[in-house]
Design a protein around this ligand. Sequence first.
Ligand SMILES: C[S@@+](CC[C@H](N)C(=O)[O-])C[C@H]1O[C@@H](n2cnc3c(N)ncnc32)[C@H](O)[C@@H]1O
Length: 271
Amino acid sequence: MSSNVSSPRSDADREYEEGNRYTVPHNILRSEVIYGEGFQSSGGLAAFRETVLPELPLSPGSRLLDIGSGLGGAAFHLVAEYPVEVVGVDTAELMVSISDSRRPAKDPEGRTSFVLGDVFSAALEPESFDAVYSQDTLLYSADKVKVLARCAELLRPGGTIVVNDFCRGGSTPEFEEYVENAGYHLVAVSGYPELLAQAGFTDVVAKDVSTHTNHLLRRDLDAYLARAEHDPAIGRADVEHLVERWHRKIGFMDAGALTQGLFRAAKPLSN
Ligand SMILES: C[S@@+](CC[C@H](N)C(=O)[O-])C[C@H]1O[C@@H](n2cnc3c(N)ncnc32)[C@H](O)[C@@H]1O
């Protein structure tokens, strides 16, 4: 199967699908096939292990908060490999219910929990987390300083925040339309450290990981196309949809408009 599958879909189709990305089970589960089990982000588990995980403090008993926990893949991996607890928070009811339904198999010791809502949820207690992490989620927040300041409040003094997020490297009319339809609020990789500082964090480390993400997107797409050749469960319409989405993302990354940053920072020990 060639990756140059033509698409008859209109802009209205695309907007409808983008708007229902996290509310329709089929849309989530078909993306999981390309991202990998438990994930809704480029490179799936391998990417999480290569980027966010090495930055996290994982000493026994640590409590971690996953913002935008999606299908729970990162949380389930962490509790399977490390003696930690993970709370996931996600605004999509379906993500939380799918994660919950997978807990018995993926986390028999019950060291994960999933909260429906955002970081401002009353279920999250101030200074109760050793680390907060987030993969491909803060791009949905317009006021990142407000979200990051709440993360600082939720962390114990000396706690760590790790964020992997899509960012903006440039602008074209087509890219702006894409960003608006998807509901993204993108900042430059170089602008993130200032946002973290305004939210009260110190020791900020920022890396542009766009080249790596671009590689992951291509790798996921190639693996998906190879699988789609032989897997009768993968429908032609889904292949067309995902191939088109991936080509657009890769195109924007090749052009330098879409970038990705990896950020780590610390909550000061005292104010
Ligand atoms: C691209 S997915 C990434 C999911 C997961 N982090 C992963 O890597 O597989 C983004 C997730 O963030 C959730 N989300 C969007 N805005 C959010 C917010 N303000 N607070 C919490 N979750 C949010 C969405 O429902 C979705 O599950």
